[in-house]
Design a protein around this ligand. Structure first.
Ligand SMILES: [Ca+2]
Length: 224
């Protein structure tokens, strides 16, 4: 493997890597918007989509927001995404709602959050298709490793193994991810790394945090 040096398979960067670095020390991603709830403030007028939002996104939102409340919940989101993409598991849906919802709201999305999520999923879709090299319509562990690496995450093989084992159906066949599971893996890796970075502002690869902080950091990614 060209880029898995044994001295750098882990979260141990000594300095922020250059954004275009393809060396083995590249652990942190360059700035991207592949993930991340956009913080739009607290306005929730309806319809209240950002300027330039694609009509399909607005249509999709309106189609599932049957009661015109201006918000869609988990099951409504599942319905919306399952029409635009392939079926999304409720587990992935829960994680997406957690990551994209306005922090002041309960588990639901307004128009702006929905538009941000939609755009993010479009970017993940492009990555999925780019790294599905054998055109199987699924992402295997090598393709996943390469996709995450392209985003700047050099996931150690042991971590990748644990991650992908979540999707093992017990049949003995090697694991391949549908789009929703691929998104889930990407969100977990990116989300947890970002959380860790908040506690490691100097990119030392080490952080000190309390038990409470640690638990509240990881639990949402485990129970979604
Ligand atoms: Ca594939």
């Amino acid at each position: 493997m060209a880029y898995h040096s044994s001295s750098h398979t882990g979260y141990t960067p000594s300095a922020p890597p250059a954004p275009d670095s393809h060396g083995s020390g590249r652990m942190y991603p360059p700035p991207t918007n592949y993930y991340g709830p956009a913080r739009y403030g607290s306005s929730h007028g309806y319809p209240d989509f950002p300027p330039g939002t694609h009509p399909d996104v607005i249509r999709s939102f309106q189609m599932v927001d049957m009661d015109r409340s201006g918000f869609i919940d988990e099951s409504e989101l599942q319905r919306a995404l399952s029409s635009g993409y392939q079926r999304f598991s409720l587990r992935t849906i829960r994680l997406l709602v957690f990551l994209f919802k306005n922090p002041n709201d309960s588990l639901k999305l307004g128009p702006k959050e929905f538009a941000a999520l939609w755009s993010c999923l479009g970017q993940w879709r492009a990555i999925f298709e780019r790294f599905d090299r054998d055109r199987s319509g699924k992402i295997d562990s090598t393709e996943l490793r390469d996709a995450l690496y392209s985003l700047g995450y050099a996931i150690p093989p042991s971590v990748l193994q644990v991650l992908i084992s979540r999707y093992d159906d017990g049949s003995g066949r090697s694991v391949e991810l549908n789009f929703d599971s691929f998104v889930e893996c990407g969100m977990i890796m990116k989300g947890l790394t970002e959380k860790f970075k908040e506690k490691d502002p100097r990119y030392s690869g080490t952080a000190t945090l309390t038990y409470d902080t640690f638990m509240s950091m990881i639990i949402p990614f485990l129970v979604s």
